[in-house]
Ligand binder design. Structure first.
Ligand SMILES: C[S@@+](CC[C@H](N)C(=O)[O-])C[C@H]1O[C@@H](n2cnc3c(N)ncnc32)[C@H](O)[C@@H]1O
Length: 200
């Protein structure tokens, strides 16, 4: 069904307004909430790494789920300015060029690695999908390095010609593999989430 511009605006507004009311800095929080509701990926006491964490809504939601007994670490090119609980930390850095200092700050031993990273878009689908694929590759490299056996990886990807290759790589490193499009993700958007569970 096609929606008019005003209908689309209302739809997008619903999540934006809700995020404001519930004190999250971005409407993207509802995508992670839907993933969490369906797959229960984050548990109390977990260590969670959030790649591409700014402005901080996934980070905040993950911190609420893990509670003070867990640890949540975020990395982004941009800083995060919202107040976070003590068990959450943010490092500014580029996931495509992780140096020793950033690697040491991230550490290891995570139950969950999230990547909601998105490239700056050009509007040209092939270029944007290739850039997204690059970020996903970097996220998967980090996930396979820092996740504990049995751990979970959630990764946003813009679907393009390299989607199947990337899916195959995730399948090789995890016991279970799922693809999920949250309701709160715009239908017109080519973004989708790949979920690897049970890191081998
Ligand atoms: C859609 S936003 C993430 C929103 C976040 N999940 C939230 O709920 O607040 C995508 C983020 O990916 C980050 N990003 C893009 N490329 C990156 C890179 N190479 N290294 C680190 N972060 C990157 C962007 O700066 C941007 O903040």
């Amino acid at each position: 069904m096609r929606h008019s511009a005003s209908k689309r605006g209302q739809w997008s507004d619903h999540y934006t307004q809700r995020a404001k009311k519930e004190k999250y800095p971005a409407r993207s929080v509802y995508k992670l909430q839907e993933i969490q509701q369906k797959y229960k990926i984050i548990k109390k006491g977990d260590r969670v790494l959030d790649l591409g964490c700014s402005p901080g809504s996934w980070l905040l939601f993950a911190a609420q789920l893990t509670t003070g007994s867990g640890r949540v670490v975020g990395v982004d090119l941009k800083p995060v300015s919202i107040p976070l609980p003590k068990h959450a930390a943010v490092f500014t850095g580029d996931i495509l060029f992780v140096d020793d200092t950033l690697a040491a700050s991230i550490g290891r031993g995570y139950q969950v690695v999230l990547s909601d990273m998105a490239p700056s878009t050009t509007g040209q689908k092939d270029i944007d999908a290739a850039r997204s694929h690059n970020l996903c590759r970097a996220a998967l490299d980090i996930a396979t390095t820092v996740l504990l056996p049995g751990g979970t990886f959630v990764c946003k990807i813009f679907q393009g010609s390299e989607f199947n290759d990337f899916s195959d790589s995730v399948k090789k490193s995890f016991r279970k593999y799922k693809i999920y499009k949250p309701q709160s993700s715009r239908k017109a958007s080519r973004e989708i989430y790949i979920i690897g569970m049970g890191k081998l």
